[in-house]
Ligand binder design. Structure first.
Ligand code: C2E
Ligand code: CA
Ligand code: CA
Length: 566
C-alpha cells in the first residue's frame, strides 16, 4: 500500500520512510503542501498519508480540509494522519475537527507509528469492502428495477428509457407493442404457474422472431414491446420493413406448443408506431400511438398488425368530437326537422319527407349524411328518431286540414329496439296525430336479421294506421318474398339510379325493373333525387309516381315549405 509522507523537515521524512517501509508500506515523500495535495488528488495516488502540520505554503491541516471538502464519495477514500510537534490537546482536537483520522506527535515512537498506520490500513480495507458491497447491491436493485421477474426481459421502465435513448439517435425506429390474444383464457384454464411459463415462452418466441440484437421488453401483463431500427425515410419503405418483421412474429406464434398435455396455439396482435427524432414527442406519445394501432388490430379481430396511421387517428378523434357535440346538440334541441315535398309530375306537392338537420353553432347546417351514421353507432339515433317523430306528429296536428302525408326515416337500430312499437303508439296518442298520414321509411337492411319479429312489429304499427315505404330500394339486400309479406305501401327509387337517367343504360334497366315490381305488387312509387326535366319526362313515360328532388323543391324548414307549397 502506497503511503504519502509530507514533511518539510527532510530528516524527519527520512526517518518516517524507514519505519514505514519496515511495516510493509511503499512510501512517497514530498516536502511541501502543494505537492502533497497533488499526490492525494491523483486517481492512482496514495490513500493513506502522514501530513506534517507545519509546512510552508499549505499546511497539513489545510490539506485535510481540502480533501474532505471534495466530492462526497471521496470523503472516506483517504486515511489522513496529521504529524504535529505540538502535543497540546486543543491542537489535536483542531486537527481531528478539520477531518483528520488520526495524529502522531513528533518526535514519534516507531511502535506507535506502526500501530497507527495499521489501524489506517484496516479502515481503508473495510471501506473498500463496504463500497464493493454497496456497488453490488446497487447493481442488483438496478437490475430488479429494470427487469421483469417472470420473463427475465427488460421491463416497462427499461422500455421508457430505451425509447428516450433511440429518440435521441438519428433515423427511424419502430416501436412494436405485441399483445397475446386471449392470454386470460390460458391463465384461467391452466393456472397462473403455466400462465407464467407461457409468458416466458412468448417472450422467447418474440426474441427468436426478431433476432437477439433487438430490444424486447415486457410492457404489461400480456404485452411485450420491441424497438427495431429501420432503414430509409420513405413511408412505404418503412412500413414494408415493419410488416416483414411483424410477419415473422405472427409466423413463430403460428406453431403449436405444449401446455401440460395439450397442444395449443396462441396468436398475437401487434400495434406499431414509428419513433422519430424531435423534442415535441415524448416516450408516452409513441406508446400511445402504438397502443392506438394495437387497439385497431384487436377490434379488427386480432392476430394481425396495424401501423399507427395519423389520418385514421385524426378521423377517429374528429368522430369522437362530433359525437360529443351531437349529444349536446340533441340535448339542446338543435336537431331540426326540414321538409322536402314529393310532387306530381306537374309540380303539385302532395306529401313531404321529414329530413333531420343539425344547426351547428359554428359549422352551420350539418348534413344527416354525416351525423346520422355517427348517431347510429352510438345510440344517439334513438334520441334523434324520437325528436323527429315528435316534430312530425306536431306538424301533422298543425296541418290537420291539409291532409298530406309525412314520411319519416327510421334507422334499423331504432326499429330493432324492443320498445319501438310502444314508443310510436304513445307518441301518436300523446300528440293526437293522425297515424294514417304517417309513412315510416325503412331500408332493406332492416330485414337482414330477425325478419319475423320485424314483420310482426310492422304489422302492429300498420294496425294503428301507419304506412310503410322502402327507402333506397334496390341498393341493399332485398328479397321479393319478404317484400310480399310486409305491410308495405311504397317503394322509393334511390337517387343513385335516377342521377344518370335517361342516358345510363343500366340505370334505365334497373329503374324499369323497379317500376315493374311496384306495378305487379301494387306499391306506390317515389323517385328520389330528381334534378332535371329530362329525368321527370323519362320517369313519367314509364309509370305513375311522385317526384322528390331539387327539380321541384329542396328540403327547407317546415314553415317555408308549408307557405310555399301547401
Ligand atoms: P334519404 O332518406 O335517402 O333522403 C334523401 C336525401 O336525398 C336527402 O339528403 C335529400 O336532401 C337528398 N335529395 C333530395 N333530392 C335531391 C336532389 O335532387 N339531388 C340531390 N343531390 N340530393 C337530393 P339528406 O337530407 O342529406 O339526408 C341524407 C340521409 O340521411 C337520408 O337519405 C336518410 O337516410 C338520412 N336521414 C335524414 N334524416 C333522417 C332522420 O330523421 N332519421 C334517420 N334515421 N335518418 C335520416
Ligand atoms: Ca328517406
Ligand atoms: Ca332514399
Amino acid at each position: 500500500m502506497k503511503l504519502l509522507i509530507a514533511d518539510d523537515d527532510k530528516i524527519s521524512a527520512i526517518l518516517l520512510r524507514k519505519h514505514a517501509s519496515a511495516c510493509g508500506f511503499e512510501p512517497i515523500i514530498v516536502h511541501n503542501g502543494e505537492e502533497a495535495y497533488g499526490q492525494l488528488s491523483r486517481e492512482d495516488g496514495p490513500r493513506i498519508a502522514i501530513l506534517d502540520w507545519m509546512m510552508p505554503g499549505i499546511t497539513g491541516v489545510d490539506i485535510v480540509q481540502k480533501i474532505r471538502a471534495g466530492k462526497k464519495d471521496d470523503k472516506a477514500s483517504h486515511y489522513l494522519i496529521v504529524l504535529t510537534a505540538r502535543s497540546e490537546k486543543e491542537d489535536i482536537v483542531a486537527a481531528l475537527n478539520a477531518g483528520a483520522d488520526d495524529y502522531i506527535v513528533k518526535p514519534f515512537d516507531p511502535g506507535e507509528l506502526k500501530a497507527r498506520l495499521e489501524a489506517g490500513k484496516r479502515i481503508l480495507t473495510l471501506t473498500d469492502h463496504l463500497t464493493k458491497a454497496l456497488d453490488k447491491a446497487k447493481r442488483l436493485s438496478d437490475f430488479i428495477a429494470h427487469f421483469d421477474q417472470t420473463t427475465g426481459l427488460p421491463n416497462y421502465l427499461s422500455l421508457l428509457e430505451r425509447i428516450e435513448s433511440v429518440q435521441a439517435s438519428p433515423g427511424f425506429h419502430a416501436l412494436f407493442l405485441i399483445n397475446l390474444d386471449n392470454f386470460k383464457i390460458i391463465n384461467q384454464i391452466y393456472g397462473i404457474g403455466n400462465g407464467d411459463l407461457v409468458l416466458n415462452y412468448a417472450g422467447a418466441l418474440i426474441k427468436q422472431a426478431l433476432g437477439d440484437n433487438v430490444f424486447v421488453s415486457r410492457a404489461t401483463a400480456d404485452e411485450y414491446a420491441a424497438i427495431l431500427p429501420l432503414d430509409g425515410q420513405d413511408a412505404d419503405v418503412l412500413n414494408n420493413q415493419i410488416l416483414a418483421r411483424a410477419d415473422k412474429i405472427h409466423e413463430v406464434f403460428s406453431r403449436p406448443f405444449a401446455v401440460e398435455d395439450d397442444l395449443i396455439t396462441m396468436t398475437v396482435s401487434i400495434g406499431v408506431s414509428i419513433i422519430t427524432e424531435g423534442i415535441e414527442n415524448n416516450s408516452d406519445e409513441f406508446l400511445r400511438r402504438a397502443d392506438f394501432a394495437l387497439k385497431r388490430a384487436k377490434t379488427a379481430g386480432g392476430n394481425r398488425t396495424e401501423i399507427h396511421d395519423f389520418k385514421a387517428e385524426q378521423e377517429l378523434q374528429q368522430r369522437y368530437k362530433l359525437e360529443r357535440e351531437l349529444k349536446a346538440a340533441i340535448e339542446q334541441e338543435e336537431i331540426k326537422m326540414f321538409l322536402q315535398p314529393q310532387c306530381t309530375k306537374d309540380g303539385k306537392a302532395v306529401a313531404v319527407e321529414a329530413l333531420a338537420r343539425w344547426i351547428h353553432p359554428e359549422k352551420g347546417l350539418v348534413s344527416p349524411g354525416i351525423f346520422i351514421p355517427i348517431a347510429e353507432q352510438s345510440d344517439l339515433i334513438m334520441a334523434i328518431g324520437e325528436s323527429m317523430l315528435e316534430q312530425a306528429c306536431r306538424l301533422l296536428v298543425d296541418t290537420e286540414d291539409l291532409g298530406f302525408s309525412v314520411s319519416i326515416n327510421v334507422s334499423p337500430k331504432q326499429f330493432q329496439d324492443p320498445n319501438y312499437v310502444d314508443f310510436v303508439r304513445s307518441m301518436i296518442s300523446k300528440t293526437g296525430a293522425d297515424a294514417s298520414r304517417i309513412i315510416l321509411e325503412v331500408t332493406e337492411g332492416l330485414l337482414i336479421q330477425d325478419v319475423d319479429s320485424i314483420i310482426g312489429k310492422m304489422k302492429l304499427l300498420a294496425e294503428c294506421g301507419i304506412n310503410f315505404s322502402v327507402d333506397d330500394f334496390g341498393t341493399g339486400y332485398s328479397s321479393l318474398i319478404y317484400l310480399k309479406r310486409l305491410p308495405i305501401k311504397e317503394l322509393k327509387i334511390d337517387r343513385a339510379f335516377v342521377k344518370d337517367l335517361p342516358h345510363d343504360k343500366n340505370d334505365r334497366a334497373i329503374v324499369e325493373s323497379i317500376i315493374a315490381i311496384a306495378r305487379h305488387m301494387g306499391f306506390k312509387l317515389v323517385a328520389e333525387g330528381v334534378e332535371t326535366d329530362e329525368q321527370v319526362r323519362f320517369l313519367a313515360s314509364r309509370g305513375d309516381m311522385l317526384y322528390q328532388g331539387y327539380y321541384f323543391a329542396k328540403p327547407a324548414p317546415a314553415r317555408e315549405i308549408l307557405k310555399k307549397y301547401f
